[in-house]
Design a protein around this ligand. Structure first.
Ligand code: 2Q2
Length: 322
């Protein structure tokens, strides 16, 4: 506890020191779980550029990669207390908001068409409203992701091959439910700890989209890419609502226009990267494994459904019906 306070104080000091050059009217900081190789971070670098240019230097945005200033959950709290201002987040908000479970629920959505329907439909609108009202985060569009797949050092074709496998999962309740039901040992852990933990063997597997597997260099510590496609999901670039409301109207407008352009830019990078990333992972030595997806789905779907509250079970049916 004291260590945490110490760390926090130090961080605040550091952040004020680093930026004492020439104070812009608004100095923003964003925290990212991904490193500078990933499209989310590159998009934010582009966002910084156009924001500075179009606001004529009145808004400066500094981006910090690899959870160097905060892990995903801490970043949300630090935005709420106005220590930092922005991040990219999504399903982890399920720890605050029930309906956010659906933005990364295993075996719910099939593809990007399902995804867009959900985001643009009533459930997506509800997510955005609850993020604003419950957690004070304003969404600025969304970032589409590729499906999540399981990496490990052995091929996993069927849930029976999982027995006791220690799989790192993000701190999202439905992931723990799903991987437990599948027979693995899910271990929630912040993203920045995954590489070293795989290397040291404290975890044996992890699951993420191709893009993040590639950017994080997991091919160095994981041999097999088991194509489970168990989650179709997206994330939201967000800013603290309190911070946003401090902008005068002209800057609010510029900020939102830049954010819209940033989203388009990220989507182009995403599409470009998706075209080549599988081959790149193969070139890095990863062996792709075809899995029995139906067996995976069958084995965990009841557990996932039963873990939802009655109200969320209704939302689940509503999503399937749409
Ligand atoms: O593996 C991770 O940590 C990310 O891919 C997360 O799933 C992602 O950031 C979600 O936690 C979004 O809230």
């Amino acid at each position: 506890y004291f260590f945490n306070i110490f760390k926090y104080t130090l961080l605040c000091l550091l952040l004020t020191q680093c930026s004492s050059k020439k104070e812009p009217e608004f100095l923003l900081r964003s925290s990212h779980l991904v490193n500078d190789q990933h499209t989310w971070f590159k998009a934010f670098e582009y966002f910084s550029e156009i924001l500075e240019e179009r606001s004529k230097g009145r808004i400066i945005l500094e981006n910090y990669s690899s959870e160097q200033i905060a892990k995903e959950i801490e970043a949300i709290r630090m935005i709420q207390t106005e220590v930092i201002d922005m991040t990219v987040t999504g399903s982890i908000l399920n720890n605050w908001i029930d309906v956010m479970a659906f933005c990364e629920l295993p075996f719910l959505l099939r593809d990007s068409v399902d995804m867009k329907n959900l985001i643009n439909g009533p459930i997506g609108k509800r997510m955005e409203a609850e993020m604003l009202n419950t957690t004070g985060l304003r969404t600025l569009g969304y970032f589409q992701r590729g499906p999540r797949h399981l990496t490990a050092n052995r091929p996993i074709k069927h849930p029976d091959d999982l027995k006791g496998l220690i799989v790192r999962v993000p701190n999202v309740p439905s992931f723990v439910t799903a991987w437990s039901a599948l027979g693995a040992k899910p271990t929630p852990m912040a993203f920045s700890e995954v590489f070293t933990s795989l290397q040291q063997g404290t975890i044996e597997a992890q699951e993420n989209p191709y893009a993040l597997i590639k950017a994080a260099g997991f091919s160095e510590v994981q041999e097999y890419l088991n194509v489970t496609s168990h989650v179709v999901s997206w994330t939201y670039p967000v800013i603290g609502e309190k911070q946003f409301q401090k902008f005068p109207d002209d800057l609010k407008k510029i900020f939102l226009e830049c954010a819209a352009d940033m989203q388009i830019y990220e989507h182009e990078l995403f599409i470009e990267n998706e075209k080549k990333v599988q081959q790149e992972l193969k070139d890095k030595g990863m062996t792709f494994v075809t899995v029995d997806k139906d067996a995976f789905n069958e084995k965990c779907k009841d557990a996932i459904y039963n873990s939802l509250s009655p109200e969320m079970q209704k939302v689940y049916h509503q999503i399937l019906a749409d």
